[in-house]
Each structure stands twice: as structure tokens, then as C-alpha cells.
Design a protein around this ligand. Structure first.
Ligand code: F6P
Length: 752
């Protein structure tokens, strides 16, 4: 309140001073203007009388002279007229003034003495009057003067009026300023601060972060952002501590972020952890004039960001965002996540020719269809292969630069974009511990055999100490491929390949997600409760049952097959028309590749066709949301859907299946899962389907909606146990343990 008062008083004093100064100035001007006006009028009158009066003055006082002055006395503001001789003796004076002029006033004396006209204010009969004296002459000799007296009280009244209006104006302004200041202070400061204080109080008392909205005003936005991040940290730390305590009490050996952090610290002993992937975890993009940060869709980022947040280190990735380079230092590094930095992202720049050849061409038009076998012909072009080699060399140079100062660093390379990278790094730094994790399936040797550069790829991969796949099946395929292609020794008992005296262990590491309540948007960790009604309202549809699918729009994900299964389900069970809606969240992906672009259009058209077929007024069977959604936007769908569909035609693991399960802390919902996704090996309680069989998938949808509630809960409980146990921290813990156990001593019997 003190501040408000001070603010109001300062404003009032400032406004009052300005008003007083301007009124003072205005009064002065007005007075001057009035005086000039009086002088002008007096002169006119005096000059008008001069000719008549001059001959009479010489004759001394006379009746005629007296009559003349009486005629002009007391007219409007004219108080009177007087005629004096040169000796200051009055010859004729308007009667009402006569008694008040025992002696000639100063103005008259000056005019007579100097022989020039004189004017000014003077007091006559205790009243202020304006006097104007015009000398009367005969042959250059001053005979006397004619004097005009004007009332001036109206001028004073006018000047008083100016002051009065000024005062009233200042008063009104003061009231207005006080009110506006009070309101502005209340709205801008007091309200938001009180709101923030209340919010913090609720948080301290164990309430949720979202329970009361934070002030959103411009002024407080940066502070609100910081406080929110701070509160989230506290909330996550609190939940993690409670979970740790609970686990200790239950003697459970669950992998958590904290446990991984300790584990990595012990295992790496100060050596850095370096991750390499093509896709960066945070991308800066221009959106109009603003810059937005997005987390790109995809399994690698979903899995590895929590790991890096926990352990710290450096993530090397292609800087693909158009605003990326505005946010890096001279070593092309930026700390991320941008709102809560916990690790370093080092961006690698690629020319557009390199990006086209290495990423779109060789990786995604060659290796991707080759490994997925989803009926899209792989294209292998020599130009793309050249760019693939150049890009791998570029990333390798960056890795070598990052690990230059360390004796035994750990490098985790991700995916099919970097088959050559392990060998390049290993040749330069043999003591570096290198793992290559292949996130997509590995095909059978016959399929892989069509790649013209299969030997070079395999040789590059075998530079790694550990080669990880999601499933044993993919490990077996890999060993078979190596066996048929390379000259090397395969140790089937230890699942390893020995090539040129270097051993590469080939192992399954089924990747997973962060199961923690904080990441899964659980109200227990302070997140708001998800609201299905709000989702449906946003989508502008009415439905009783909700299904969800979340994918990059990719031909391997079985999105068309999924839509057709929904169509078959509604054909077969018409009672669900108008009651079941399937929401497909689809992030457009790799759209510079014609097949992907066409596929996006095909998917759209298929959704349209089915929607048209079952057309209803406020209901649609399929809602296709084709835009990037962040994790927070997807969570409400996971948390409220009756079922989630993952119908990949081929998939290394598929983390959508696991994210859905991790989000269901209500133990509700059912998962329809493709038998061709790696996740189906672990998630036995999902409804496993062959996505090519629309009849079977339609039946799975029906069963997901109609299964007895106890069965639904029991299935979800078991699924959650599996994902909870085999979470991303366990994946990383195992991989890092294996990596730090790699022996570099030469095995005398190992000859490749
Ligand atoms: O899962 C395979 C993969 O290539 C991952 O590396 C990546 O997270 C995901 O697909 C997304 O693909 P892209 O990076 O090409 O958008």
C-alpha cells in the first residue's frame, strides 16, 4: 500500500506542478491581453474626444466640459472620464469618480510631465482600475490631459476563473490518477503476486502444480516460467524421493533416474558420456517472427532424453531446425532442455546436398525400407552412398573432438544413420568404448543382401564394442548376415563377432520409456487430471468410446491397416456407429521423400473415405490430427482413451505402446498391438494382432471395448509391471554396464 500511495502522490505532484505552471503562464498572458485591449479601447475613445476637448481646456472648467465627461462616464466597463489641465488640476471629472480623485494619479502625472500617452493599472477609490491618459496640446504645448478610467474587476474575475478551472482539473486528474494507479497496481502487481504466493503456498502444502493458474501477464511471464520450472523440479524430486523410499522399504531393485545417475557416476568415473543420433532432441524453428522449440517425434528422442537429463553429458546430432544456428556457441553447442538445461547438445551442420543424400536418400530410401521389409522397394544410389560416407565422417570428427581430452570415453551411437561411425572412431581412438544401438529391425540375410554396400556397412558396424538390437530375433538375423557376408569368427555361445582381433558383442537391449509419474503426467506428481469430455469438445465430436493412435506418418506404422480395421469393426458392429471414435495423432515425417508425401495424402484420403461412409452430424469414426504434438499434448489422449492401437507392419520396438501403458496409472485402457512390433515380445497382455488381418484387428477393437473390467485391469496391471521394471533407466544402466565391462586386452585365441 505504501508503494501505491507513493506512486499516487508522485503522480499527483507531477501533474499538479505541470498544471500550476501552465495556469500561471495562461493567467499572465490573459492579463497582458486584457490590458492591451483596454489600452486600445481607451486610446480610441480619448482620441475621439481629443478634438472636442482641446479648445475647451484652454477656457478652464466649464459646464460643457462637465457634460461631456458625464456623457461618457459609467458605460459598460467604462468607469469614467476626466480632463486635467497642465497643472494636474481637474477641470471636469465624471461625478462618480470625483470624490475618489483628490489628487491626480501617477499615470496622469507622467503623461503631463512627459507629454506622451501613458496607461496602466492603479487603485482608485480602493478599486483597481485601468487608466489611460492622453496629453492635449496646442501649438506643441501640453495644455492638459484627457483621462479614461476602466473597471478591471471583470479581468480579475476572469483570472480567478482560470485558476479555479485549473484547480478543478487537477482535482479531477488526481482522483482519476489515484483510481487508475490503484487498478493498474492491483491488476499488474498485487493480483499476480498474491496469486503466485497462493500457488506456492498450495504447492508447499502438497497441492498440484496446476491447481491454481500462474499469473500469465507479460511482466511476470519470465518469473512465472522460472518458478514453474523450479516447482516442477521440486515436485519431481519429491516424487522421486518418495518412490526411492518406497522401493527401499519394499527392497525392490527398480531402476530410477537417481539410481542411473549414481550408477553412471560410479561406472564412468568422470569419463564423459557422448550420445550420437541423427535427430536432435530439441529443435529451434522459426514460427513467423517467433522462435519455437520442439521435441521431434520419434523413439530415439523419447527414450534418450530422460537418460541424458539424468546423467548429463553431450548429445551430438544434426542441427536440422532453421533457427538452430542462432542458439549455439562457437563450438556449436547449446545447453538443453532450453527452459531447464541439464546436458549439452552439440549440433552438426550438413549441407542440403549431404542431408538429401545421407538422410533422405541412403538412410531413409535405402536402409529404412531394406530393414523394415514393408513392401516399399529400397533405392540405393551411389551418390547417396557417397553422402552417407561424408556425413558419417563429419559426425565422427565431431565425436573425436568431443572426446579428445578423455582417456576412456563412452560413446553411444544411435541407429542406421551411422553404420560407418563406430569403425571411424575406433580406428582413431581404440580405447574409446563404443556401442551402436540399432533402433529398427534387422532383416534376414537374403533381404539385407540386396544392399550393394553391405560389406562396408557391416565392417563399419563391427568397429563397435557392443551392438544392440531390441530383440534376440534381430541379433540372430544380424549374426546370420555377418556369417554369410564377411570373413570373421562368430562366437555363438557368447553372441559375438571377432573381426581383425576386435570383438563385438551382439546383444538384445529392449528399449523402453521413463515410467516415472512425473513424466507420465500423473496427478500424483502434480499434473492436472485429464478430461475426456474436454478432448471431445476440442475435436467437436460426440462419442462414448475413444481409441487413439500416435505415430510419425510412416508407411511402416500400419496406419491405413488400422483405419480399415476401424471400418471393418463399424461394418461388423453397427451398434458402435455414433459411439466409437478413433483419434489418429500423426506427425508428418520425412515429407521430402515422395513415398512419405504420397503416404500422407493416402492416409488423409482413407480417413475421409471412411468418415464419408459412416457420415454422422456430430460424430466421425476417424479424427486424423496431422500435426506435430508434444508429449504434454499427447498425454491426455493416452490417459483417457479406451484403447490404443499400434499396428506397425514392422517395427524395432515401438515406444508408443509403452508410453500408453506407462500413462495408465488408472490401470484402465487396452492395447491393441501388432505382432510385428518388437514390443509384442514383452507386452504379452496386449491384444496381439496381425495388422494385415483387418478381421482380426476389428475383433481386437471389439474385445478391447467389451472385455470384462476385471480382465482389463488385470492385463493393464501386468503390462505396467513389465514396463515399470524394464524402463529406460534399466536399458541405459545395462548398456553402460556392458560397455564399461568391455575388455581391451587381446584374446590370444580370438582371430577374425
Ligand atoms: O526409430 C527409428 C527412427 O529413425 C529414429 O531414429 C527416430 O527417432 C525416428 O525414427 C524418427 O525418424 P526421423 O528422425 O527420420 O524423423
Amino acid at each position: 500500500m505504501k508503494i501505491t500511495l507513493r506512486l499516487i502522490l508522485s503522480l499527483i505532484v507531477a501533474v499538479g506542478a505541470v498544471a500550476a505552471f501552465s495556469a500561471y503562464f495562461q493567467v499572465g498572458q490573459e492579463r497582458h491581453r486584457q490590458e492591451e485591449e483596454l489600452a486600445r479601447r481607451s486610446r480610441l475613445l480619448a482620441e475621439g474626444l481629443q478634438e472636442t476637448v482641446e479648445p475647451l481646456v484652454q477656457k478652464g472648467p466649464s459646464e460643457r466640459l462637465q457634460r461631456l465627461v458625464e456623457r461618457f462616464g459609467n458605460r459598460e466597463r467604462l468607469a469614467g472620464v476626466a480632463v486635467y489641465d497642465s497643472k494636474e488640476t481637474p477641470l471636469a471629472v465624471t461625478k462618480s469618480l470625483a470624490a475618489a480623485l483628490p489628487t491626480a494619479p501617477q499615470t496622469i502625472r507622467e503623461a503631463l510631465a512627459d507629454g506622451v500617452e501613458s496607461g496602466g493599472f492603479d487603485r482608485v477609490d480602493k478599486r483597481e482600475m485601468h487608466l489611460f491618459a492622453l496629453p492635449l496640446r496646442a501649438a506643441e504645448k501640453v495644455l492638459g490631459a484627457i483621462v479614461i478610467f476602466h473597471e478591471t474587476s471583470y479581468i480579475r474575475a476572469r483570472l480567478h476563473e482560470i485558476w479555479r478551472i485549473t484547480f478543478l482539473r487537477v482535482l479531477a486528474q488526481a482522483v482519476l490518477i489515484s483510481l487508475v494507479t490503484l487498478l493498474v497496481v492491483q491488476w499488474t502487481f498485487v493480483g499476480p503476486i498474491a496469486q503466485m504466493a497462493e500457488w506456492m503456498k498450495q504447492l508447499r502444502a502438497g497441492g498440484s502444480i496446476e491447481s491454481s493458474p500462474l499469473p500469465r501477464g507479460d511482466l511476470f511471464a519470465p518469473m512465472a516460467r522460472e518458478v514453474t520450472t523450479f516447482a516442477r523440479h521440486l515436485s519431481v524430486a519429491k516424487t522421486a524421493a518418495e518412490e526411492e523410499a518406497r522401493l527401499r522399504q519394499a527392497s525392490e531393485s527398480l531402476w530410477t533416474s537417481e539410481r542411473l545417475k549414481d550408477h553412471v557416476k560410479t561406472k564412468l568415473g568422470g569419463q564423459p558420456l557422448v550420445i550420437v543420433s541423427n535427430r536432435e532432441p530439441y529443435m529451434h524453428r522459426y514460427k513467423g517472427r517467433e522462435v519455437e522449440v520442439i521435441v521431434p517425434a520419434g523413439g530415439v528422442v523419447t527414450a534418450l532424453d530422460p537418460l541424458m537429463r539424468s546423467c548429463g553429458g553431450t548429445w551430438i546430432a544434426h542441427g536440422a531446425g532453421d533457427a538452430d544456428w542462432d542458439f549455439v556457441d562457437e563450438r556449436k553447442r547449446v545447453r538443453v532442455p532450453p527452459d531447464d538445461p541439464q546436458y549439452t547438445l552439440r549440433r552438426v551442420a550438413l549441407t542440403s546436398a549431404e542431408e538429401n543424400g545421407y538422410y533422405y536418400g541412403f538412410s531413409n530410401e535405402g536402409l529404412w525400407p531394406l530393414c523394415h521389409i514393408a513392401h516399399v522397394r529400397p533405392d540405393f544410389r551411389p551418390g547417396d552412398w557417397a553422402h552417407y560416407q561424408t556425413a558419417n565422417q563429419k559426425f565422427a570428427d565431431t565425436v573425436l573432438d568431443e572426446i579428445a581430452d578423455f582417456s576412456s570415453p563412452c560413446v553411444l551411437i544411435q541407429d542406421y544413420h551411422f553404420a560407418l561411425l563406430p569403425r571411424i572412431v575406433k580406428e582413431k581412438r581404440p580405447e574409446a568404448r563404443i556401442a551402436l544401438f540399432w533402433h529398427i529391425p534387422w532383416p534376414n540375410p537374403e533381404s539385407f543382401g540386396i544392399c550393394p554396400w553391405q560389406k562396408e556397412l557391416l565392417y563399419g558396424m563391427l568397429g563397435a564394442d557392443i551392438l544392440g538390437f531390441h530383440t534376440q530375433y534381430h541379433c540372430n538375423n544380424f549374426l546370420e548376415t555377418v556369417d554369410r557376408t564377411m570373413e570373421c569368427r562368430i562366437d555363438r555361445e557368447r553372441f559375438s563377432v571377432i573381426k581383425e582381433e576386435h570383438l563385438t558383442a551382439v546383444k538384445p537391449f529392449p528399449i523402453s520409456v521413463d515410467f516415472s509419474p512425473a513424466h507420465q503426467g500423473s496427478p500424483a506428481a502434480g499434473a492436472p487430471k485429464s478430461d475426456r469430455a474436454a478432448i471431445l469438445k476440442d475435436l467437436r465430436i460426440k462419442a462414448e468410446y475413444l481409441g487413439v493412435g500416435v505415430d510419425r506418418v510412416d508407411y511402416t506404422k500400419g496406419i491405413l491397416e488400422r483405419f480399415r480395421a476401424v471400418e471393418r469393426f463399424l461394418d461388423k458392429y453397427p451398434a458402435y456407429r455414433g459411439r466409437f471414435t478413433f483419434v489418429q495423432i500423426g506427425a508428418p515425417s520425412r515429407t521430402h521423400i515422395k513415398r512419405y508425401n504420397d503416404f500422407l495424402a493416402e492416409t488423409d484420403a482413407e480417413a475421409d473415405r471412411i468418415n464419408w461412409k459412416f457420415k454422422g452430424s456430430d460424430w466421425r469414426p476417424i479424427v486424423f490430427q496431422k500435426r506435430h504434438h508434444n508429449h504434454q499434448e499427447i498425454l491426455p489422449f493416452y490417459r483417457t482413451a479406451d484403447l490404443c492401437m499400434v499396428t506397425s507392419l514392422a517395427d524395432g520396438m515401438n515406444l508408443v505402446a509403452k508410453e500408453f501403458i506407462a500413462a495408465r496409472d488408472d490401470e484402465g485402457g487396452a492395447l491393441v498391438l501388432s505382432c510385428f512390433a518388437g514390443a509384442s515380445r514383452e507386452l504379452r497382455d496386449a491384444l496381439i494382432v496381425n495388422p494385415y488381418d483387418s478381421e482380426q484387428t476389428a475383433e481386437a477393437i471389439r474385445y478391447a471395448l467389451e472385455m470384462p473390467p476385471e480382465e482389463r485391469t488385470a492385463r493393464m496391471k501386468r503390462l505396467r509391471e513389465t514396463v515399470k521394471e524394464n524402463n529406460i533407466y534399466r536399458w541405459a544402466g545395462r548398456l553402460i554396464t556392458e560397455l564399461t565391462q568391455v575388455r581391451f586386452e587381446q584374446d590370444p585365441v580370438a582371430r577374425g
